[in-house]
Write a protein that binds this ligand. Structure first.
Ligand SMILES: Cc1cc2nc3c(=O)[nH]c(=O)nc-3n(C[C@H](O)[C@H](O)[C@H](O)COP(=O)(O)OP(=O)(O)OC[C@H]3O[C@@H](n4cnc5c(N)ncnc54)[C@H](O)[C@@H]3O)c2cc1C
Length: 418
């Protein structure tokens, strides 16, 4: 059933997709509340030192560009080759957008969404019954001081991403024995090895675990650091030896349209075969146990697999992927995939994609955004569950598709008309 304006749309997360969705909704006249646990684009700021794979025009929306041009006549889109890192994108686009007249009033920073339910209804009430639409969503919020309150909404968009909930680094995807006790000491995410975190890694012995693009970013940066700073040692542990018939563990696509991604994968894979390499690659190896000893300030790590044994490290970086936080909607009727933890319809469609479609983050169409819970949608990186094939351009297409559903306006495309 169509949700007409003025309806109240609550958005969880002021990340890139939460902000773009809020903008689209504001243009259509909806009342919008964006709740952000940290600062605007919090996750993007955390990995902002990373070079983006995608160029400017794929990272911004026509609606956002239009809003910024209207707001400030001196604002200009980036030229080709400009705005290459996450930080540059934040400064040049997302922060001005969040501060623009259309969005500034509807964003609440330092407000965490703790849970989403329906007023007076339990998960099992009115199963697959559209009468749930008549009951507003009830959203439990918590501010930075721990104060709690509730708000209501007619539609909820969960755009809370996955970067805030990294996977465990242990064997089988479980926490390694002792990992939970020392998780505060482990770096989950991409450290700024050549920038702000340089002193933490220079001259140290670091263990990197993982074989995705985050791991590739970390090991290539550490390899550079090792060439510049004496005594920097790096052990890189991966489950697989090489991806398909490539030279190393990082996926390399044939004719990859994203040159930055291809170059990164190539560089990281070469580190596993170069003779005078500063990186020691240990494939088919797993972390079974980990402990941090306060007295020596070192990690004791227990490996199994091809390079089984016990070793000591100064730093540990876990680049083993991210997962959606399902607790936010556990009181709603949302069917998630047993493989990816993403919403089921989209997960099933993603499984059927060709390797090229997956590589390019091709969107899957409006019906795949619909959940058993009416008027509740998961967008952005979180909608892809544990898969990392999500792009900002995918998210914008999801937003366009979404508003054809909630307004019941087939063919609506504000991106084409701005
Ligand atoms: C290292 C890295 C490099 C990438 N490079 C590219 C690239 O070059 N091109 C590209 O297209 N894509 C890239 N991506 C993929 C993807 O586009 C980004 O992850 C993007 O940030 C996803 O946007 P999002 O809005 O879905 O989620 P996020 O950016 O993760 O934003 C989610 C927001 O929700 C907030 N939040 C979380 N939980 C709550 C809660 N309970 N209550 C309130 N707020 C909450 C967070 O603080 C955050 O601000 C990259 C991803 C990573 C990790």
């Amino acid at each position: 059933m169509a949700v007409d304006t003025p309806a109240r749309i609550a958005i969880v997360g002021a990340g890139p997709i939460g902000l773009e969705a809020a903008l689209y909704a504001r243009y259509l006249g909806y009342t919008v509340d964006v709740y952000e646990r940290g600062r605007v684009v919090e996750h993007l700021r955390r990995w902002g030192h990373v070079r983006l794979f995608t160029p400017w025009e794929q990272n911004v929306s026509p609606l956002g560009v239009r809003a910024l041009q209207t707001q400030d006549e001196n604002w200009r889109p980036a030229l080709p080759g400009e705005c290459r890192t996450g930080h540059e994108l934040v400064e040049r686009y997302f922060l001005p957008l969040a501060a623009s007249d259309l969005l500034a009033d509807c964003i609440q920073e330092n407000v965490e969404v703790v849970g989403i339910g329906r007023e007076g209804l339990l998960k099992a009430d009115l199963l697959l019954d559209d009468r749930r639409i008549d009951v507003p969503f009830r959203i439990l919020l918590r501010d930075a001081e721990g104060n709690e309150r509730t708000e209501t909404a007619d539609v909820v968009l969960d755009c809370s991403g996955t970067y805030g909930s990294p996977n465990w680094l242990g064997n089988g995807g479980l926490p390694a024995v002792g990992e939970s006790a020392c998780e505060e000491r482990i770096k989950y995410g991409v450290p700024d090895v050549l920038g702000g975190d340089r002193a933490r890694y220079a001259g140290q012995r670091t263990l990197v675990v993982g074989s995705g693009y985050s791991a590739a970013t970390t090991v290539t940066a550490l390899a550079r650091l090792a060439n510049e700073a004496a005594d920097t040692q790096v052990v890189w542990v991966t489950r697989r030896e090489r991806h398909d018939d490539g030279v190393g563990p990082i996926v390399q696509y044939a004719n990859d349209p994203l040159a930055e991604r291809d170059a990164l994968a190539q560089q990281a894979n070469l580190l596993t075969v170069e003779r005078s390499r500063p990186i020691e690659h240990r494939p088919q190896t797993f972390v079974d146990g980990i402990a941090f000893e306060g007295a020596t300030a070192k990690f004791q790590v227990e490996f199994s697999g091809r390079h089984a044994g016990h070793e000591e490290f100064d730093r540990v970086v876990a680049n083993v992927g991210y997962r959606p936080d399902l607790r936010l909607f556990e009181e709603l009727q949302v069917h998630t995939s047993f493989a990816s933890d993403g919403p089921m319809k989209l997960a099933a469609a993603l499984l059927k994609q060709s390797p090229e479609e997956a590589r390019d983050g091709k969107p899957c169409g409006p019906p795949t955004l619909v959940n058993p819970e009416p008027d509740f949608y998961v967008l952005g990186a979180k909608s892809y569950g544990r898969s990392s094939n999500f792009f900002l351009s995918t998210g914008r297409e999801q937003i366009r598709e979404l508003f054809t559903i909630i307004g019941d306006r087939e063919g609506l495309n504000l991106y084409a008309s701005h």
